[in-house]
Ligand binder design. Structure first.
Ligand code: A4P
Ligand code: MG
Length: 188
């Protein structure tokens, strides 16, 4: 039987949006992606001084166990060039298993719900957008947790599709400008 899970995606190195795209493409192979939040720009929480993050949350229905899902997420991170240097340090791609249905897991190397979920606006804001009626295993609604973290700086950007569309329009405009410039030169 499939379980609805939420995965948090984060990146603050290199082509951040490109890394999140790679993460999302990898997640699509692990189940049915039912919802993806917008992208959120967020101030780093914890760790050394580091660049701002792009964060998002994907919700998927999966037949994988929580352990297998996390292992697959770690493999996707590695494929995106993730190198672990220090805890909470900068990274090309971070995938965190936030929720796995309403199941609680507390094993070596796997804690679900993610232990810092309730303290982070960069997780709660996209999670609420992608899965508005999500609840913790104890029945607490995610919707009720956001007020306590409202002071953390998180900015909602456009969604994945809008961003792809604006990149395509930017490219088309660039090509048109070059063509016009060539025609202009040829006419003169
Ligand atoms: N692990 C256990 N449970 C989980 C779970 N539910 N999901 C283990 C993911 N991993 C889980 O993680 C260390 C180990 O945690 C994994 O090997 C896995 O077995 P890691 O990714 O190697 O190290 P990390 O990410 O530096 O540590 P941690 O504690 O996972 O940090 P977080 O919670 O991922 O936070 N600020 C902003 N604005 N945006 C961010 O995305 N991210 C972090 C990292 C810090 N500050 C941030 C952001
Ligand atoms: Mg992590």
């Amino acid at each position: 039987m499939s379980v609805r899970a939420a995965i948090g995606l984060g990146s603050n190195l290199g082509d951040r949006a490109g890394h999140l795209d790679v993460g999302l493409a990898g997640l699509a192979k692990l189940g049915d992606v039912v919802s993806v939040s917008s992208l959120y720009e967020s101030v780093p929480v914890g760790g050394p001084e580091q660049p701002p993050y792009l964060n998002a949350v994907a919700v998927l229905d999966t037949d994988l166990s929580a352990r297998r899902l996390l292992d697959e997420c770690l493999a996707i991170e590695s494929a995106a060039g993730r190198v672990r240097e220090e805890r909470w340090g900068p990274r090309t791609l971070d995938l965190d298993l936030l929720l796995y249905g309403t199941v609680s897991v507390d094993e070596p190397g796997l804690t679900v719900p993610h232990p810092l979920l309730t303290q982070r606006r960069f997780v709660l804001a996209p999670l609420l957008e992608a899965w508005p009626d999500a609840v913790l295993p104890d029945g607490t609604a995610i919707a009720g947790l956001t007020e306590a973290v409202a002071d953390q700086s998180v900015l909602r950007l456009g969604d994945f599709e809008t961003r792809r569309l604006s990149m395509a329009m930017f490219l088309v405009a660039g090509v048109l400008a070059v063509v016009l410039w060539l025609v202009w030169g040829w006419l003169l």
